[in-house]
Design a protein around this ligand. Structure first.
Ligand SMILES: [Zn+2]
Length: 279
């Protein structure tokens, strides 16, 4: 399925970058964004729930929607594709995983260097209303614990990061930061929000320095992430695409493998390194 040239270049690579999108998680049974409004939640459009405006209007509703999603995500396990990506770490000197998924499945499979472009459903952060924060002459008090502006008179200086890490995305009232009392939210990128510039910079650096970029299960329709494979291509890195259907990248990639990541990634490891991944 790979030409001999591509096969040899992958085998000789010292830095492999793997970029994954929703298709990777869908194979583990995680609903794609459009499928997340089933059952009780059918009347809520995800595009209208996963936004800062919706949270501001009704934090409890937005919290409950994410708890419902998190319950589904918690039941999912990494698939053979995630396992193959984790296995790469034993075969290549440096592996960077860049993912648009918020489900922690790459880390669950054992991947260490994971850049979460859209954040994580299992980490909490303060809800910060940027309009309020910058509308005042007074500089806001930044809570050292949640990085939100303090809404109470004073932060609790004895609170530390472990206090925040103990708070979980779980049913009940929307939790507050034990340091400053700010309402908390999942640390994911909602509609209308910017990506974390540090994470994006890390992803761009990886795409600009890798020898091989493997793009898995992304329709490559969302910028700026969608341009990462093209950055690698322009530099002359080997770009391999794995997707159930062809995308705009298919025509220019060094190899475009049509099918499931859970089948093709283990096949790639077998072909390049002669390694078998248990299913
Ligand atoms: Zn705080």
């Amino acid at each position: 399925m790979l030409s001999q040239t591509v096969l040899h270049r992958i085998k000789a690579a010292s830095h492999v970058c793997v970029f994954t999108g929703a298709g990777m998680s869908a194979e583990s049974g995680i609903p794609t964004f459009r499928e997340r409004n089933e059952g009780l939640w059918a009347k809520h459009d995800p595009l209208e729930v996963a936004t800062p405006e919706a949270y501001k209007k009704n934090p409890q509703l937005v919290w409950d929607w994410h708890v419902h999603l998190a319950e589904k995500v918690r039941k999912a396990s990494p698939n053979a594709g995630h396992q193959a990506v984790a296995k790469l770490q034993a075969l290549v000197p440096k592996v960077t995983v860049i993912t648009q998924n918020v489900d922690n499945l790459h880390q669950d499979a054992g991947s260490c260097d994971v850049l979460e472009l859209h954040g994580s459903l299992f980490r909490l952060t303060a809800f910060v209303d940027k309009n309020v924060m910058y509308s005042d002459e007074r500089p806001p008090v930044i809570c050292h614990l949640c990085k939100g502006y303090a809404v109470w008179e004073q932060c609790d200086h004895f609170a530390d990061r472990s206090d925040l890490a103990e708070l979980k995305l779980a049913t009940g009232r929307v939790p507050r930061c034990p340091g400053c009392g700010a309402l908390l939210r999942p640390d994911i990128v909602w509609f209308g929000e910017m990506l974390d510039p540090c994470v994006l910079e890390g992803a761009v650096d990886a795409a600009d320095s890798c020898d091989v970029l493997i793009c898995v299960g992304s329709s490559l329709e969302v910028e700026p992430a969608a341009s990462l494979p093209y950055r690698a291509l322009r530099r002359g890195a080997v770009v391999v695409e794995i997707n159930p259907v062809p995308t705009a990248l298919s025509a220019t990639a060094d190899a475009s493998l049509i099918g499931k990541a859970g089948d093709i990634l283990p096949g790639l490891l077998r072909q390049v390194w002669g390694i078998e991944i248990g299913r």
